[in-house]
Design a protein around this ligand. Sequence first.
Ligand code: PHE
Length: 344
Amino acid sequence: MKERIEALLADVRGLVCKKEQEIEEARVRLLGKKGEITKLFEEFRTVDKEQKRLFGQALNALKQEAAQKIEELKAVAQSGASANGGSKEDLTAPGDDYPLGSRHPVSIAREEIVQIFRKFGYDVAEGPEVEDDWHVFEALNFPPEHPAREMQDTFFVTDNEQKNPILLRTHTSCVQVRCMETMKLPIRVVCPGRVFRNEAISARAHCIFHQVEGLYIDEGVTFADMKQAILLFAREMFGPQTQIRMRPSYFPFTEPSAEVDVSCNICHGKGCNICKGTGWLEILGCGMVDPNVLEASGIDSKKYSGFAFGMGVERIAMLKWQVKDLRHYFENDMRFLKEFETSI
Ligand code: PHE
């Protein structure tokens, strides 16, 4: 009897049935009215006392284990997986094709801009998108009634009549103010981030876009240093043949200020529809930091000077990849996004 109990126990433990029908067959074979375990119980009745004492427990344990195993197999079969950890499905079938995402062109362009300046030794700083009037305007030499505040069409969070209202930053120059307030001189920093302007959405403008702005402050920094830094950047970004030109401009926080154009990388200066026949494409604004701005952040403008620049990431990406409509960046159209899969 001992051997038969042991053999059946091994049989139970080795059971692997996948289909419910197979499991039912195993149950009948072992525990059914004429099943092998049931038969053992019948024989057990006739054995002598000594034997009963020896095998009673083992027989009960066998029955219990068999019943439990059958239940387990049934549960697994119902949940769709098999007892040995596989699945009902064909394991040799090829896997599902999950489409891989790709990086957004704005991220790719921002990263490229930041990396170029990192190579030049610039740090990277970020700051809050919801800012106060001081950091966005006041410390940057915008007087209270200055039309430039209107020029930037600000989204106000709190009442704009109150003192130092809260607003959505219209440029990341406010991060540069925070850097001037907290960092040790000399400062060499780029500030990437999202900015907000209350503008009608069109092919050329959006109320949300991204900027990378830069700031360099040290003793004896000149306009020539700025020009060289921007030329090097333009050549890294658009290719070694790139030329730049500077046109006088105005920003409250820089004096003198300039607008920078790069030679059109499509027609190489001959004139095409991208550069509207001029051979030049505007890429950024820049200038020498106004002494008032340095002083507002507690920097001695007699000892230190510096330059700042700021560019729109969407615009740089548009020029680099000839994207014609700014709205593509925000619509998440897979056909558009897929074109940048290989630019990572
Ligand atoms: N902050 C300016 C803008 O948002 C860009 C700029 C930065 C211009 C620094 C000059 C110097 O347009």
